[in-house]
Design a protein around this ligand. Structure first.
Ligand SMILES: [Mn+2]
Length: 274
């Protein structure tokens, strides 16, 4: 049976608290360390659960560039299917999903590491287990909503999205909405071949609900006009950050190293603009 991409938004209750985690990019060790610091405990079935029933929410880009993409895919497959976690759509997630779906895509920017990991996994565990892993990962990635609307008492209190969102896009469903959520406000390609990213957060005219986003590595969590960026470039040797709702607290774990194999990274290129 074909599984169609699910690009709509989804609603999540904030009642027991939500822990939103930035771009992991295969940094499984730092991710588990972060969960422990947030108070999650490993259950006998291997799942991580919070004693107060808090929900874990990933901003996507859990794979690629870093060392343990498969462990991250397995983690979120298990935790999303058991209702313990959620994950939104993202640019790397979408690319890997289309590759797993057999579509003609070119794997680059660390996505080729996912292919290599799955090749080695198949060598070790055989084609049957590898095929199950591919199918579970494909479903996980294709079923991720474009953005997550977090509600408390029927009111939208926060929005979690990978690369960004406009306020008039919240709760909407169209190709323009899911492209914006996945890639941000991209204005073509620059002379260096990198996408020119418009600063959608800077243009924001309102300050609520809080919009929690990742995708664009900043050395420190960055608040602007009621938005907060929590991608601290863990895979580039930065930090892995979680934002806690409703506490409005940030918890970060430092990367053990720069896993990307690059010396010129978004963190080294970073220029603060205000
Ligand atoms: Mn991204």
């Amino acid at each position: 049976m074909r599984h169609r991409p699910q690009t709509r938004s989804k609603v999540l209750s904030a009642d027991n608290g939500v822990d939103i985690v930035g771009d992991v990019h295969g940094c499984y060790d730092e991710f588990i360390e972060l969960l422990k610091r947030l108070g999650y405990e490993r259950a006998p079935d291997g799942t991580y659960r919070h004693p107060h029933g808090r929900k874990l929410l990933s901003l996507g880009d859990i794979t690629s560039r870093g060392p343990y993409s498969i462990k991250m895919l397995q983690f979120f497959h298990q935790h999303v299917t058991t209702g313990l976690a959620e994950m939104v759509d993202s640019n790397h997630g979408w690319k890997v999903a289309r590759w797993l779906d057999g579509r003609p895509v070119t794997l680059a920017h660390g996505d080729e590491k996912v292919e290599e990991e799955i090749r080695l996994y198949q060598q070790e565990y055989g084609p049957k287990k590898a095929s199950l892993l591919r199918e579970q990962s494909r479903r996980l990635l294709f079923s991720s909503p474009s953005h997550m609307i977090i509600k408390q008492n029927e009111k939208i209190v926060a929005v979690a999205v990978h690369a960004g969102i406009r306020d008039d896009y919240i709760g909407m469903d169209s190709p323009a909405v899911y492209t914006f959520c996945r890639y941000g406000d991209v204005a073509g390609t620059g002379p260096d071949g990198r996408p020119i990213r418009r600063e959608w957060a800077k243009e924001r005219k309102v300050t609520s609900p809080i919009i929690v986003w990742g995708h664009d590595p900043h050395p420190e969590p960055k608040r602007k006009n009621g938005t907060i960026n929590i991608d601290q470039g863990c895979v580039f040797g930065g930090k892995l950050t979680a934002y806690r709702y409703p506490e409005d607290e940030l918890v970060s774990v430092p990367a053990k190293r720069n896993y990307s194999g690059l010396t010129d990274t978004p963190l080294t290129r970073f220029k603060a603009d205000d």
